[in-house]
Every structure is written in C-alpha cells, then in structure tokens.
Design a protein around this ligand. Structure first.
Ligand SMILES: [Zn+2]
Ligand SMILES: [Zn+2]
Ligand SMILES: [Zn+2]
Length: 328
C-alpha cells in the first residue's frame, strides 16, 4: 500500500497491490453482529460501555486502507512524491441489528452514532501525524459498501483530502474579501429563497445545493457558525436534533435512491505536526462544517462517471420539492 501524489492536481491517490473485496456472507459470518466480537476483537469505542449489549461499537478495519504504525516516510521519485499509507481506518458499527439501516433507527440511536464519530475524531486528532480525519458511509453495493451490516467508516490521514482542500481555500478567499463565512451566507440565501430547502429542524437545515453534482444531492448544516463538527456538537439536544434531521432526510432520499455516499466535512487537525500555522489563521471564522450526501442512481451513473465536468439531469429545485413531498 502506498500513497502517490498527482503532480498536477496535488491530490493523493491510494494505490493498492492486492485489492480483493471482502466476502459478504450474511449474518452467520458477519464480523459486526453481536456475539461475533471475536472476529473484530479490538474495541475503540462502545456505547453503552463495558457490557455485551452494546448499541454502537467502533473497531479497527481489518483490511485497512491506512496503517497506524510508523511515520509517513515521505520520499521523492524524480519530480514525484510518494509516502507510506500511514493513517487509521476504523469501522463504526451503527446498531447490533444486521438489517436495520440508519434511516430506520431511532433518533436516539442515530445520535449515539454521532457521539461515536465525535469521540473518535477527537481521539484521532490527538495524533499529530494526522492532518485530517474523514467520517463517511457508503450505503449500497453501487456506493462501494464493504459490509452488509449498517456501518460508517473513519479514516485519519497525513494529508487533507482534495475536496476539503478546495473548500478550505475557497472559504478563506471569500472571508478575505467579505469578512463573512461563505457557508453562513449560502445558508441565509437558501432560507430566503426557500426553493431548495428539504427540511429544517431546530438550528439545522438540509437543502439541495445550487450546483448539485448528482440528482438529490443534499447538504446538512448548522445555522450557527462553527468550523469543527466535534467541537460544535457538544450537547445532547444538538446531537439529537441533527440525528433526527439526518434520519428523516435519509428516509426521504431512500424513496428515490437507496444507495448513497455520506461524508462529513470539518476542520482539519490544527495540531498536526507540519501544519503551517499561518495558512489557516482565520479558519475558525471562515470554515463551516457540514455533511454532504451524494446519492448513486444506477441509470444515471454513467452521466457523472467521468468526473471532469458533472452532468446532473435533475434540477436541485425539483429534487428538493420531491424530497419535501416524500413521506417520512
Ligand atoms: Zn451483522
Ligand atoms: Zn459559517
Ligand atoms: Zn463540503
């Protein structure tokens, strides 16, 4: 396993030699079902703790994309850069039940999943080798789901993923120009225009973004400005409110697309070893954490398979209207 950097786009690519996907053998051989803990013995987080009747459990991935030991061993090959795939890769088991998708769980349980994210992101950010921690979930085979059991994944990496890098630079530029947060301004305009909002709950909104890349793309964010998911979402009330909105949005979405990618975009690790102090100096004011949901729709898949330019056949205004009308 190694990481190589594309010298033109500056994005890191994970290259794997073997690359066999994990077998899906149903509940009998599922490593994440209760009483099968011996198949994934190390517990990184558990709720409730200390017993066999956990609701949420986090364990290291047994075929990790990144390995936790050592240092990145950054080296050159002529003009090219490469390094070891140093990092962490964890699985968040969202529920003991093998068949209960996140959208069918209770708001309380979804909130416990969010709490597991918070605890693990905080812990991984203590490691100064890691510049960024990504929380994501792939639901459905078309989205590259690795296990049937409802789960999310967390990776920690010695680099900032490319799209987050774009967002950080773009938010910084906007802030330099206007001394306002770009995402706060987007949220305010979405509420004022009220054509792409899917749902609003407490201090959180879900909407289809203006330039949606795929049909039914949805972003979730807090109306109160904060750069960091794990530092913002501290109270149970907030966690429960976001959990309720997320569950409801996933349920609406599943009417149209059962398969999706979900990713958390949040502040990078400011304590990381090589983080250049100056570059993110206004980050707490200019960056705004959010969740992005990108559905995968089979018949349309080819239209955005080539990621040079996105082609989306559904206007986000129409998507938001359909999602609002979908039963929850
Ligand atoms: Zn299972
Ligand atoms: Zn903001
Ligand atoms: Zn984002």
């Amino acid at each position: 396993m190694q990481l190589r950097r594309d010298p033109i786009t500056q994005s890191w690519v994970n290259l794997e030699d073997e690359g066999e996907s994990l077998a899906k053998g149903g509940e009998a051989s599922c490593p994440f079902c209760p009483n099968h803990e011996a198949l994934s013995p190390q517990t990184l987080y558990e709720y409730p703790g200390g017993g066999s009747s956990w609701q949420v459990r986090v364990t290291p991935h047994f075929r990790p994309l990144y390995r936790i030991e050592g240092d990145p061993q950054r080296r050159a090959e002529g003009i090219y850069d490469k390094m070891r795939s140093l990092g962490a890769h964890e699985v968040v088991v969202e529920n003991p039940s093998h068949h209960l998708s996140l959208s069918r769980q209770t708001d309380e349980n979804v909130a416990q999943v969010l709490r597991a994210y918070i605890a693990r992101v905080k812990d991984l950010k203590k490691d100064r080798r890691f510049r960024y921690v990504t929380v994501f979930r792939n639901q459905g085979a078309l989205a590259g789901e690795e296990f049937e059991h409802p789960h999310s994944e967390i990776t920690a990496t010695p680099f900032i993923p490319r799209r987050v890098g774009y967002e950080l630079r773009s938010s910084l530029r906007y802030f330099e120009l206007k001394e306002r947060c770009l995402t706060c301004d987007i949220a305010a305009q979405e509420i004022a225009q009220n054509t792409r909002i899917v749902e609003q709950r407490g201090g959180f909104i879900a909407f289809c973004p203006f330039a949606a890349r795929v049909p039914y793309e949805i972003w979730l964010l807090s109306l109160k400005h904060h750069c960091s998911f794990e530092e913002d979402l501290t109270s149970w009330d907030q966690q429960l409110c976001l959990a309720g909105l997320l569950r409801s949005v996933l349920m609406r979405l599943e009417t149209f697309a059962p398969t999706h990618h979900l990713v958390l975009h949040s502040s990078p690790n400011l304590g990381a070893k090589f983080e250049r102090g100056g570059i993110w100096r206004t980050l707490t004011d200019d960056y705004h954490w959010h969740l992005e949901i990108l559905p995968v729709i089979p018949s349309k898949a080819k239209s955005y398979a080539l990621k040079e330019v996105y082609y989306n056949s559904l206007l986000p205004e129409m998507a938001a209207q359909a999602l609002r009308n979908a039963g929850t």
